[in-house]
Design a protein around this ligand. Sequence first.
Ligand code: CA
Length: 237
Amino acid sequence: MLGFINMKPRLLIIEDEAAIRAGLTDVFVYHGYEVETAEDGKAGLDAALKGNYDLILLDIMLPGMSGYDVCEAIRSQDRDQPIIMLTARVSDEDIVHGLKLGADDYVGKPFSVEQLVLRAAAVLRRAGLATDDVTELRLGDLAIDTRNLSGAHGSEVTAFTRREMQVLLYLHAHAERPVPREELLSRVWGYASHADLETRTVDIHIAKLRRKIEPDPKNPQFLVTIRGAGYRLLSPA
Ligand code: CA
């Protein structure tokens, strides 16, 4: 079972055919996504640039502005936006063109809905927005059960909030590097803007997490601050 870092991943479907749009909306809502739609390339691009989506399903053949152009325009603004292109055109050349423009995956129509849902989950997982394998995190003597939101240290049990667990899982998914506060706000909280007040929200959660996971919260050894770069989770197992 796939676990989402955001409890409801935000999905934008840019598709001009009403029947496909409605069908995809039903399927992804059923699978726990929050879905918004756009009917043409221009409206889709506007929504994509404003909406802070976790994933975009982008049709290629759209009125006005093609899916390729939409993809390129999104990429020029947001290098990391996960995008899956949908198309009736399935030549290798089209696929290469789409992937060159920065699509994360490419699904040919007619597609199997189940396969599309799996591909979407895979793209989110690669983006560090979903995890399907982390059920336990071990930090020193503390064993954290990510599903039950609890940590056990001997017979002592600590409860985590859902948000704290989302922060931990996101840092774990990106353990190879420090994660900036702004990235946590946008990827875990889903905030688009980064006012000072909001970055303090992150710091408050980090402080609470440290009280739960660190033997000495004032001298953290697992959830460390990398000055000027963000937070990093060290040696999680
Ligand atoms: Ca179309």
